[in-house]
Design a protein around this ligand. Structure first.
Ligand SMILES: NC(=O)c1ccc[n+]([C@@H]2O[C@H](COP(=O)([O-])OP(=O)(O)OC[C@H]3O[C@@H](n4cnc5c(N)ncnc54)[C@H](OP(=O)(O)O)[C@@H]3O)[C@@H](O)[C@H]2O)c1
Length: 250
């Protein structure tokens, strides 16, 4: 299969790219860091095609996709919209507007731009699978998740709405909603490079790992074509969605 994965330079995307190539698929892997893409290319060889661009930049997306062999581009079987980020954990009244804009441009605009480019080819060949990486942050609020959670709620609803529009068109859509996952750059990015603060997020807890998410993606890809897995919400056993809180006058 031909599989396009956004955000393969780290975390989930990197593991999914490695496992897909090992499973015999051709992977087009994207990210903004050319050096990291080069390292993965050196590791994975001919069946890995790197494309360097920012998903929030539509002109750059079109130019990068335009550089692909047209037969390959029009025959992408699986699009994995994985690229995304959280920035900051401050309460909404103290958050940075730059961080908010970047999350919206990457997690929502970037994801819809990628989908808008690839979906028509899937519909034209009456076959395809889109896997969107959302988050439990889109399902349940937590302190400081404000815009990050909102962008992921957008991703989840966009996935469901795609399924509605794609009725009768044989293009499948799955929304993966992970909870706490370690072994990625997610928290280092969220805390703007503060590694000590990032490492505390994963202290004394058995978290989900990129391999766990990659295993789910490979399982999804192998499902029979008459089955659509709509949503996969996954948390470590050590995490719960319960969290109602009351502010009391003392
Ligand atoms: N880790 C978690 O706890 C967790 C939980 C739920 C959901 N998620 C979601 O899972 C996805 C992957 O997260 P991760 O934990 O694997 O994070 P990660 O290790 O930080 O990897 C994020 C990837 O996204 C790419 N990316 C970020 N902004 C981009 C942009 N503007 N244009 C192109 N690529 C961009 C990065 O590549 P470059 O920097 O090279 O561009 C990188 O390859 C994200 O959507 C995240 O929101 C993560």
């Amino acid at each position: 299969m031909n599989i396009l994965i956004t955000g393969v330079t780290a975390g989930f995307g990197r593991q999914i790219a490695i496992d897909c190539v090992k499973a015999g698929h051709i992977v087009i892997g994207t990210g903004r860091r050319a050096d990291k893409l080069g390292e993965i290319k050196a590791e994975l060889g001919d069946n890995f095609i790197p494309l360097c661009f920012d998903v929030s930049d539509l002109t750059a997306i079109k130019s990068a996709l335009g550089s692909l062999d047209q037969t390959l581009l029009t025959n992408i079987d699986v699009l994995i919209n994985n690229a995304g980020l959280a920035l900051g954990l401050e309460s909404a009244d103290k958050a940075s507007i730059d961080d908010w804009q970047t999350m919206i441009q990457t997690n929502t605009l970037g994801l819809v731009q990628m989908t808008h480019q690839i979906l028509p080819y899937m519909v034209a060949k009456n076959d395809g699978l889109i896997i969107n990486i959302s988050s439990t942050a889109g399902n349940y609020p937590y302190f400081g998740a404000n815009v990050y959670g909102a962008t992921k709620a957008f991703v989840t609803q966009f996935s469901l709405n795609l399924r509605a529009d794609l009725l009768g068109k044989n293009v499948r859509v799955t929304n993966i909603e992970p909870g706490l996952c370690g072994g990625t750059e997610f928290s280092n990015v969220r805390f703007h490079g503060d590694d000590e603060r990032a490492s505390k997020v994963y202290e004394n807890v058995e978290f989900i790992r990129p391999q766990d998410i990659s295993n789910m993606v490979l399982w999804l890809i192998d499902q029979p074509k008459h089955i659509n897995i709509n949503r996969l919400e996954v948390m470590p056993v050590a995490q719960t969605f319960a969290g109602l809180t009351v502010a009391r006058d003392l």
